[in-house]
Structure formats: structure tokens, C-alpha cells
Design a protein around this ligand. Structure first.
Ligand code: 2BA
Length: 109
């Protein structure tokens, strides 16, 4: 068994959870915040058997788009003035950032 941890954009989270439920995969959605943009995103925890990993990854790929997002300049006050960028910068976010971990033991009570 594996645990898939997928960080996706909020705009894609309902579509992805609908697709997972429709395909009979169980998932938990956590509200999360990206360390770089400091904007909300959604982290999915999906526990599944090894033979379903490719199918879950396909659903994530089909339902999560990559988008360009503007990063507002962060004030140098209290930070490092050397890295201060005084204008918005565009970064490409997503489709999804996915980690796949082995599950040592799984139980439900
Ligand atoms: P954020 O940390 O808010 O990052 C949003 C986007 O900003 C990233 O998109 C990337 O394009 C850019 N970015 C992040 N750190 C950067 C840096 N030091 N310099 C320049 N650009 C940077 P993604 O790579 O698609 O990541 C989307 C979200 O996935 C991240 O939101 C974070 O919540 C999560 N994530 C990405 N890599 C991760 C990792 N190695 N560990 C844990 N979470 C990760």
C-alpha cells in the first residue's frame, strides 16, 4: 500500500475530489498554504494499493492544470533587502506536486 500526498491548486480541488470519488478512491483533503506564494492550496491524502497508483496519478494529471500566478512584491521590512523585488513576478504553479510514500501499516477501527 502507498500514501499519495498531492498538493494541488484550490481551483482544481473539487474537480479532483469528484473524479477520485467517482472512481471509488478514498481521499482526505487538507487546507494548506504554499511556503513561497503564501497562498491557499489543497493537499490530498490518498491511501491506495500499489496497483492503483498509476490510475490515481492519471486522475491527478487530468484534473489539475498548471497556471501562471503573479507574486506580489514582499516588503523588505524585517526581511532581506538584497532579495527584494519591487515589482510583481510571474511564476508557474502546478498542475500538482505529488509525493508517494510506502505505508508500513494500515488499520481502521
Ligand atoms: P508555493 O510554495 O506557494 O509555490 C508556488 C510556486 O512558486 C511553485 O509552484 C513554483 O513555481 C514557485 N516557487 C516555489 N518556490 C520557489 C523558489 N524558491 N524560487 C522560485 N520559485 C519558487 P509548484 O512548484 O508547482 O508548487 C506548488 C505548491 O506545491 C507549492 O506552493 C507548495 O505548497 C507545494 N510544494 C512544491 N514543492 C514542494 C516540496 N518540495 N515540498 C513540499 N511542498 C511543495
Amino acid at each position: 500500500m502507498k500514501l499519495i500526498i498531492a498538493v494541488v491548486q484550490d481551483q482544481d480541488s473539487n474537480r479532483l475530489s469528484d473524479a477520485l470519488m467517482k472512481a471509488n478512491y478514498r481521499a482526505t483533503k487538507l487546507a494548506s498554504t504554499g511556503g513561497f506564494l503564501r497562498a491557499g492550496n489543497t493537499t490530498f491524502l490518498i491511501g491506495t494499493e500499489d496497483e492503483h497508483i498509476e490510475s490515481v496519478l492519471s486522475l491527478i494529471k487530468e484534473n489539475c492544470k498548471s497556471r501562471d500566478q503573479l507574486v506580489a512584491p514582499i516588503s523588505p521590512m524585517g526581511g532581506n533587502a538584497d532579495s527584494y523585488v519591487p515589482y510583481p513576478v510571474e511564476v508557474q504553479v502546478g498542475g500538482a506536486t505529488v509525493f508517494i510514500l510506502p505505508v508500513e501499516h494500515f488499520e481502521q477501527f
